[in-house]
Design a protein around this ligand. Structure first.
Ligand SMILES: [Zn+2]
Length: 270
C-alpha cells in the first residue's frame, strides 16, 4: 500500500506509481465484474412442472427458449396423453430434445392426484401413502403412454408436489430407464437425485425477480441449480421476471442443460 503522507516521489517513480495504480484499479474493476463462476462450469436445469395439454404458458416459454437457444425440462402429467390430441402430440415431439428440440420432457406422474383412494384407504398423494404396486403401475402407465404417443422414452422422474415415500424408490427400481429423480430424497441410490436449492418462484406459479435475486446473491452457489416453475400459471409479470432472471444467469455464465445432459456430463461414458 502507498502511505498517504509519503514525500512526493521523483518524476520517473511517479509515472511508475501511476501505472501500477492504474493496473491495480483495472484488476479490481475486472474482478468486480468477472462472471460469478469464472473458471468452473456450473449448470442450471429449468424444472418446469405440469404440462397437461397445449397451454399458452408453456407454448410462450417454449417459443422464448427457441429464440434464445436455451434448454429446459418440462414435466408431463401423463393422463393428459390419454385422449387423441394430435396437435398436442405433435408439439411435444417437435420440442423434444431427441428430435433436435431444446426440451427434455419427464415423467411427472400419471394423474397428479392428492387424497388418492386405494382399496378404500385415502392416501396423501399419487406417490405417497399408496402401495408399491400402485406406484409401479402409475410409472408404467405414464411411460407407456408417453412412448405410444411420442415414440420417446422418459429418463427423468419428478413426483407431483415433490412428495414421495419409501415405496417410490422401489417402484422406480422396476423402471431402469428412469435414471434421474428431480427433487428426490438424498437417500436414493441408483437414480441421480437432483435436489432443490434456490427457488425460482416465490409462490407456486409466481416469479419475483427481486425475491430471487436476494436469495441468489446471498446463497453460496453449488455446481447445479435446479429451478422449479409452473409456466402454465405465470402471468405477464412472472414471465417477465423469468426472462430477467434467465438473463442474469446467462450473464453469470451458468450453462443451461437438461437432466439427462447433466447426468451424462457427470457420468461420462455411462
Ligand atoms: Zn406438479
Amino acid at each position: 500500500m502507498i502511505p498517504l503522507k509519503s514525500p512526493p516521489p521523483n518524476r520517473g517513480a511517479a509515472s511508475l506509481l501511476a501505472l501500477l495504480l492504474l493496473l491495480a484499479c483495472a484488476a479490481q474493476s475486472w474482478a468486480d465484474t468477472a462472471p460469478l463462476n469464472a473458471g468452473k462450469r456450473h449448470y442450471v436445469i429449468w424444472k418446469m412442472d405440469d404440462v397437461k395439454g397445449l397451454s399458452p404458458g408453456f407454448q410462450r416459454l417454449a417459443d422464448w427458449l427457441a429464440e434464445h437457444k436455451m434448454k429446459a425440462s418440462f414435466g408431463v402429467i401423463c393422463n393428459s396423453l390419454e385422449a387423441n390430441k394430435p396437435a398436442y402430440a405433435d408439439w411435444l415431439k417437435k420440442q423434444a430434445i431427441e428430435n433436435g428440440g431444446l426440451i427434455e420432457f419427464w415423467n411427472h406422474g400419471y394423474d397428479h392426484q392428492k387424497n388418492v383412494v386405494e382399496n378404500g384407504k385415502t392416501c396423501d398423494a399419487e406417490f405417497k401413502g399408496t402401495s408399491q404396486a400402485f406406484q409401479t403401475k402409475h410409472l408404467a402407465d405414464s411411460n407407456a403412454l408417453w412412448k405410444a404417443k411420442t415414440g420417446l422414452v422418459f429418463q427423468t422422474f419428478g413426483a407431483p408436489y415433490n412428495t414421495s415415500d419409501a415405496e417410490t424408490e422401489k417402484a422406480l427400481e422396476k423402471h431402469p430407464e428412469l435414471k434421474i429423480w428431480l427433487y428426490g430424497p438424498p437417500t436414493a441410490t441408483r437414480l441421480l437425485v437432483l435436489r432443490r436449492s434456490l427457488n425460482l418462484e416465490c409462490a407456486t406459479g409466481t416469479v419475483s425477480y427481486e425475491t430471487f435475486m436476494q436469495a441468489y446473491q446471498k446463497q453460496p452457489q453449488g455446481d447445479c441449480l435446479v429451478l422449479q416453475g409452473h409456466p402454465g400459471k405465470w402471468d405477464d409479470a412472472s414471465f417477465d421476471a423469468f426472462q430477467r432472471i434467465a438473463g442474469v444467469l446467462a450473464a453469470d455464465k451458468w450453462e443451461f442443460v437438461t437432466p439427462r445432459e447433466y447426468r451424462a456430463l457427470m457420468n461420462p461414458g455411462k
